[in-house]
Write a protein that binds this ligand. Sequence first.
Ligand code: SAH
Ligand code: SF4
Length: 429
Amino acid sequence: MNEHDSELIAGMMEKKGYILAEGQNDADIIVLNTCCVRETAENKVFGLLGRLGKLKKQKPHLIIAMGGCMSQQEHITPKIKQRFKYVDILFGTHNIHMLPDLIDKAEGQKKQVIDIWSERKDIQEGLSVKRFQGIRAWVSIMFGCNNFCTYCIVPYVRGREKSRQPENIIEEIKELVSNGYHEVTLLGQNVNSYGKDLTSGIDFADLLVKINALEGLNRIRYMTSHPKDFSDKLIMTIANLNKVCEHIHLPVQAGSNNILRKMNRGYTREDYLELVKKIRTAVPGVSLTTDIMVGFPGETDDDFADTIELIKDVEFDSAFTFIYNKRQGTPAAAMEEQIPDPIKIARIEELIALQNEISLRRNKMEVSKILPCQVEGPSKTNADLMSARTSTNKIVIFQGNQKLVGSLVQLRITGYGLTHLEGEVILAE
Ligand code: SAH
Ligand code: SF4
């Protein structure tokens, strides 16, 4: 979501007459689009700000702007005012569209320009977007989150759920298709609650039906699905629509009911396993990926063992694994029984080792299958090879040429690794 916001920022800047600089040293303006979901991201920003301070001393005309989720936290503004006086502009997640005006303001004065809104007023439509993703495009369908998982900062920095009107989403996708995009990824913190705030009664399944009907579009992806809101109607819709990819990112977070309750996730381990069963029955071959966290306050060895058991039971295709860390202002940060770092580290290492074993095994199962894959461009690890993606969101590298970019090819899977498959072309479009 942040990366898509960066595309929006770049689009607005281009419209204002700026061009992308080669690097920081060539830039007249540097915009930091920050994330505060986890501590490491936040620390990186402070490190970068320190380095930019030195650059600004050499280039006094340089404008430094900081936006994103971090700016939205209350304790950040005073810190930027006191310790990072050379930051010219501080803006938030709800007023990204104001950036061009804030730049004009900053150019004319020496004082810091600070403009942060506590809530998004209206959804801004029709802003220019500079897409960085090649043939795939991100499309926000909603903003914010109402769930307040006890560890999570997102609802505080992104506000309450607000869905875009379906006609605006359709319009954007039609334009993307006419500009040569064949694949969209619909974005929302919890796409399954799309439409709950709209008066028309539309839900996420209905939206998928509308998008599936668009000519010229090959593939539809979406992120993120919250397990507690995954309805039977949605499962059947996904199963029946030909363009909706066979991949669901379904963050489980933990395998222990005790921890899930303390996290305020709104489902039990049993609910989750039941949901996985239903999805796998309705969509055979679907790939499931997840987010898992270790070291939530009060997590005992038994709780962690439940997580390990669940991972073994479900066999996810891959997982993002996280060490819990305190986010200021969230309920979990004030909970007693914070887990010591060495225990957290031992748990995540065990978890990663297990998941790697499973991912490798599941990738091996793909060998000798013939799969339709969308070609994305040269491989990031070996420029002599091309990279394509299966409907199940697995990367396949293969011998091919640039002309194939954007087309669907049939690839026979010949090999596998932890994070990719290898293949050969059977049939090109
Ligand atoms: N809306 C998505 C998640 C967005 S945040 C959902 O509900 O699934 C992405 C991931 O970051 C989360 O799934 C969670 O695993 C992780 N995360 C969030 N807050 C965290 C924290 N305080 N410490 C560690 N990981 C965290
Ligand atoms: Fe955070 Fe939970 Fe909302 Fe996801 S659903 S963004 S984890 S509060």
